[in-house]
Ligand binder design. Structure first.
Ligand code: PLP
Length: 394
C-alpha cells in the first residue's frame, strides 16, 4: 500500500485524454471505433516551422536556454500581441513554458493560496478545476447552458464573486462550447470586475485564431485597457499552428506575476525545449496563411456537423463561433436510451455505435457531449450516421 499525497488524491486524470486512450485501446483490439475525443488539429505542422526546428538543431541550439524563453521567441510574442491584439508588452512581461497547460499551472502556483476562490465559467476546459485544487484553492463553478450559448452574464459573475475570490478564468473561443464572447459582452463583465480589484483575470486565448464569427476576437485587455495590469494572457502555438506535440505555450502579464511564474519554472521544469522555441518563433513571425487554410476546413466541417447533429432525434446543437468542437445537448437522447447520465450515454455510444465522444459532465455541464471535428469530413459523416442509427434503434 502506497500512501499518496492528499494533493494528488484530490484530482482526476484528464477525462479527454482518457477517452482518446480508450478509443485507441478498442481500435487495437480490432474494433472499428471512430474517435471524436481528440483535442488537436488533424493537420500537420507547416513545413516552414519544421524547417526552423531542423535548422536550430543543425546550428547546435540544443542546450539550456533562459528559463523564461529565448529573446527571439519573446520578441515574436511581443510582435504578435501588437499585430493581432494591439497590445504592447515588454520582454519582462512575457514567459514561455512547456505548453499552454504549463503556463496556466505556473500562474496558479504563483498566485493562489489555500482557501482562495477561483471563478470558473462552465462548461470549462477540463484542467481548470483540477489545477486549482492542486494548489489548494477552491473552484467556484458558474454555469451557463445552451440557452445563453454557454456564456456567463454579468449578474452571474457578480453573484459568484466574494472577498475570497482571487482569480477568474475566461476562455473565448471556448473549449468545449465553441462559442466566443463579443467585445460588448466582455465590457459588461469588466464593469463588474472593476468593483473587485483583488481579482486577477486569466484569459485563455488558446483558440483566438480558430474563429469565424462576425465579431472579431476580443479579450479583457483589448476591451478594458484599465484591466490590463490585472490580466494574464495565456495562450500558445499548439492549436493555431498544429503544434500540440512541440509543447510551447506563453503568458503575458504584469512583471511581478511573470517573475513569480519564472521562479516556479526555474525550480521545476527549467526552460521549455530549445528546438521547439525556435520553431514557435518561426510560426509567429512567418506567413500566417497556414492558419486560414485550417480555419476554413474547420468551418466547413462545423457547418456540416451542427446541421447533421440537429437532424438526429434527441440531439440539439447551437452553432459555434470557432474552435474545432461542437457541444451538443443530449438529455433527450439520454432519456430515449434510458440512461441517467451523459457518461453512461457516451459508454453506450462507444460500445454499441463505435463512436467515442466526451461527456459534458467532464466539462462541468451535465446532459451534453463534446464532439471534436478535427477529423476528415468522411469520418464525420460516418460518425453522424452511427449516432443517428443508434438514436433510431432506441
Ligand atoms: N487551454 C485550452 C482551452 C485548451 O483547450 C488547451 C488544450 O487542449 C490548452 C489550454 C493547453 O494547450 P497545450 O497543449 O499548449 O498545453
Amino acid at each position: 500500500d502506497y500512501q499518496l499525497s492528499d494533493r494528488i488524491n484530490a484530482i482526476q486524470p484528464s477525462p479527454t485524454l482518457a477517452v482518446t486512450q480508450k478509443a485507441n485501446e478498442l481500435r487495437q483490439q480490432g474494433k472499428d471505433v471512430i474517435g471524436l475525443g481528440v483535442g488537436e488539429p488533424d493537420f500537420d505542422t507547416p513545413d516552414f516551422i519544421k524547417e526552423a526546428a531542423i535548422q536550430a538543431i543543425r546550428d547546435g541550439k540544443t542546450k539550456y536556454t533562459a528559463v523564461d524563453g529565448i529573446d527571439e521567441l519573446k520578441d515574436a510574442v511581443i510582435k504578435k500581441l501588437e499585430r493581432d491584439n494591439n497590445l504592447s508588452y515588454e520582454r519582462k512581461e512575457i514567459i514561455v513554458s512547456a505548453g499552454g497547460k504549463h503556463s496556466i499551472f505556473n500562474l496558479l502556483s504563483a498566485w493562489l493560496n489555500p482557501g482562495d476562490e477561483v471563478i470558473i465559467p462552465a462548461p470549462y476546459w477540463v484542467s481548470y478545476p483540477d489545477m486549482t485544487k492542486l494548489v489548494g484553492a477552491e473552484p467556484v463553478i458558474v454555469k451557463a447552458g445552451i440557452d445563453q450559448r454557454f456564456k456567463i452574464t454579468p449578474e452571474q459573475l457578480r453573484e459568484a464573486l466574494t472577498d475570497k475570490t482571487r482569480l477568474m478564468f475566461i476562455n473565448s473561443p471556448s473549449n468545449p462550447a465553441g462559442t466566443a464572447y463579443t467585445a460588448d459582452e466582455l465590457k459588461a463583465l469588466a464593469e463588474v470586475l472593476r468593483d473587485y480589484p483583488k481579482v486577477l483575470i486569466a484569459t485563455d486565448d488558446m483558440y483566438e485564431h480558430i474563429l469565424w464569427s462576425d465579431s472579431a476576437f476580443a479579450n479583457f485587455p483589448m476591451v478594458a485597457p484599465d484591466l490590463k495590469d490585472r490580466t494574464v494572457i495565456l495562450t500558445g502555438v499548439s492549436k493555431a499552428y498544429a503544434m500540440t506535440g512541440w509543447r510551447i505555450g506563453y503568458a503575458a502579464g504584469p512583471k511581478p506575476i511573470i517573475a513569480a511564474m519564472k521562479k516556479m519554472q526555474s525550480q521545476s521544469t527549467s526552460n521549455p525545449t530549445s528546438i521547439s522555441q525556435y520553431a514557435a518563433a518561426a510560426a509567429l513571425n512567418g506567413d500566417q496563411s497556414c492558419i486560414d487554410t485550417m480555419v476554413s476546413a474547420f468551418k466547413e466541417r462545423h457547418d456540416y456537423l451542427v446541421d447533421a447533429l440537429n437532424s438526429i432525434d434527441g440531439v440539439n446543437c447551437v452553432p459555434g463561433d470557432g474552435t474545432f468542437y461542437a457541444f451538443a445537448q443530449v438529455d433527450k437522447l439520454m432519456a430515449k436510451a434510458k440512461v441517467s447520465s451523459d457518461v453512461e450515454l457516451c459508454e453506450k455510444l462507444l460500445t454499441e455505435a463505435n463512436v467515442a465522444l466526451v461527456p459534458g459532465s467532464a466539462f462541468g455541464t451535465d446532459g451534453y457531449c463534446r464532439l471534436s471535428f478535427a477529423t476528415s469530413m468522411d469520418v464525420l459523416k460516418e460518425a453522424v450516421k452511427r449516432i443517428k442509427d443508434f438514436s433510431e434503434s432506441l
